[in-house]
Design a protein around this ligand. Structure first.
Ligand SMILES: *[C@@H]1O[C@H](CO)[C@@H](O)[C@H](O)[C@H]1NC(C)=O
Length: 219
């Protein structure tokens, strides 16, 4: 039963890809506007997060088909294939920061991407001075493609995880089982010895008494 559970856990943990430092994490985006959604589109390598490296990218957003200027425009990301999906992030429309920047917080544990969290913020003034073209693009409703700033930040989680905790529990259970098995065997062996001794003793007594009987006969 525990072996089955262990196998299942190994299988589940095997679903996440293993990365090396600086590897591209395969990512995709899709958009939602005017009541429709696009398909998932893979991000180019240079727009994907790089494992363990903080950086900022500008992702071009192609003109959505049939987009009305008053439409809300939302975007959604997925990382490591389709394993980690962000909620919908509002980029355009009422209440959206203009121009927006998306902060993606990625959590890693060892070589595995564990979590992805996303937030939309207003691009900082300091950045806008340097890249005012970005602001112009976003404010100009008819200008496409627009460029969306995405900032990737990485955080490392502790290596000691639930799985290794389970390994320890399994190891302790296994040890406890072995100790029980050995002590049971030892007690059986002791009983067996006692039993053999009993039999041997009876034989001895039997032959002893027959010798005694013979002695009585000889008398
Ligand atoms: C908005 O963008 C369009 C297309 O790029 C351009 O022709 C137009 O001049 C821009 N308008 C403003 C006010 O910059």
């Amino acid at each position: 039963m525990s072996l089955l559970l262990l196998g299942l856990l190994l299988l589940l943990s095997g679903a996440a890809a293993n990365f090396h430092e600086g590897d591209f994490v395969p990512s995709a985006r899709r958009a939602q506007f005017g009541g429709s959604r696009t398909h998932w589109h893979d991000l180019l390598g240079r727009h994907c997060p790089r494992f363990g490296e903080d950086h900022v990218v500008a992702i071009p957003l192609p003109e959505p088909k049939g987009f009305m200027t008053a439409d809300r425009y939302k975007i959604q990301f997925t990382f490591d294939g389709d394993r980690l999906v962000t909620p919908w992030l509002k980029l355009m429309g009422k209440g959206a920061p203009n121009p927006p920047i998306v902060h993606i917080f990625l959590k890693r544990r060892g070589e595995v991407l564990k979590k992805a969290k996303a937030e939309v913020h207003q691009v900082s003034q300091a950045y806008l001075y340097a890249h005012h073209q970005l602001l112009d693009e976003f404010r100009n409703a008819t200008h496409w493609p627009k460029h969306l700033l995405v900032q990737y930040s990485w955080q490392a989680e502790q290596e000691v995880d639930a799985l290794s905790g389970l390994y320890v529990v399994f190891a302790i259970c296994l040890l406890a089982f072995l100790v029980t098995a050995v002590s049971t065997l030892l007690s059986y062996e002791a009983k067996l010895k006692a039993f053999m001794a009993d039999i041997a003793g009876e034989d001895f007594t039997a032959s002893g008494s027959s010798a005694a009987a013979a002695a009585v006969k000889g008398d």
